[in-house]
Design a protein around this ligand. Sequence first.
Ligand SMILES: Cc1cc2nc3c(=O)[nH]c(=O)nc-3n(C[C@H](O)[C@H](O)[C@H](O)COP(=O)(O)OP(=O)(O)OC[C@H]3O[C@@H](n4cnc5c(N)ncnc54)[C@H](O)[C@@H]3O)c2cc1C
Length: 379
Amino acid sequence: MDFRDTEQQAELRQSIRAFCATHCDSESEAAREQSEQYPADLHRALAAAGLLGLGLPRDYGGGGLDLLAQCIAFEELSRHSGAAANILFINGVCGALVAAGGSPAQREALLGPLCAGELRFAFALTESEAGSDLAGLSLTAQPRGEDYVLSGSKLYTTGAADAHFLLTAARSDAKAGPRQGISLFLVPADSAGLEITALPKLAGNEIASCRVAYRDVQVSSDARLGEANGAWSWLMLGGALERLSVAASCLGLSRAILDAVLAHAAEREQFGQPIGRFQAVQHRIADMSVRIEAMQWLVYAAAQAADLGAAAQRQICSAKLFAAENAQQIAQDGMRLLGGRAYFSDNPMQRRLREALLALYAGGTMEIQRNLIARSLGL
Ligand SMILES: Cc1cc2nc3c(=O)[nH]c(=O)nc-3n(C[C@H](O)[C@H](O)[C@H](O)COP(=O)(O)OP(=O)(O)OC[C@H]3O[C@@H](n4cnc5c(N)ncnc54)[C@H](O)[C@@H]3O)c2cc1C
């Protein structure tokens, strides 16, 4: 396997680096996080740079790029901006599901505006009693004439407070099996009966994760994405995209940490010499580099396998598991190697440590990745 960038991939990398140099310097990132306001300017800038719909069909204004190129985009954005990567993550997954499962009318109405940054989305799956066990979700969608009425609540729906549509998984057939009775709905965020409450969190409060109460929210059957009661396969597709995106983001975040550590090891002097001359420091940095190399191979290989149409679930789960766990170690090593300054709010390292933790949950926990890998091995 040869994972040197093609000309097109190298151009993509360069264009994202140029984008980040303009929009995502570390002062802007810190200011965005402190503001706790949705970064609408960043969202618009991502759209203007053609980055929002990278994986969406060209017919609808997207970039039509394969998964490997999308991973490169997540990697490069995550080197600089958790917020930018998160915007791409949420809207990219929702857009991919609309592209794959939506009617021609839904694709026409939603994908162009998504790519142009005019419509924002949030993905509402998790509930208080249905986290890892997604098939246990209980928010109901009851048919009423031509419409559906949604009742229940969702948790941690990221971006909901600033979205135009909440792509919502609901139980539309209580009698069917847990995976058979679920439908997806594009719920307009201004629907009567919807109550959205931001929940303060450890990092990324500028894109709030929310509790969403659905109190008899009426949506037309045109708002249903795909067949009634047939959403499970779309949820699995969304899960795979989430895992790959999170793994690629861990790769970018880890590279940013290594860059910062290398610069610090060369500059910081103690006992009359740069700390990078101490073998203990060198070894820790060497281990970081090995983890990042392995992460890159797992992420790129999983993306390429999926691009080639292979059944790539095990590879995607392996990439997500390895990347998320090693990003924790790399972030902790970054904290150690920068010394006490890493602990202070003006240093980006503490933000990277907090951002790395999200990878333990987004796209499913580590135990769930291991369960899926074990199942794919026939266990
Ligand atoms: C910052 C943030 C943003 C999020 N954004 C969104 C969003 O936009 N939309 C959305 O729908 N969700 C979102 N989530 C939810 C996320 O997907 C869930 O947190 C995740 O799926 C885990 O579910 P849970 O938190 O309920 O944990 P639980 O399922 O309660 O798990 C608790 C522990 O039990 C373990 N466990 C559970 N089942 C098993 C098992 N079978 N075998 C072994 N161990 C097991 C887990 O691995 C974990 O360690 C977000 C979460 C966070 C933290």
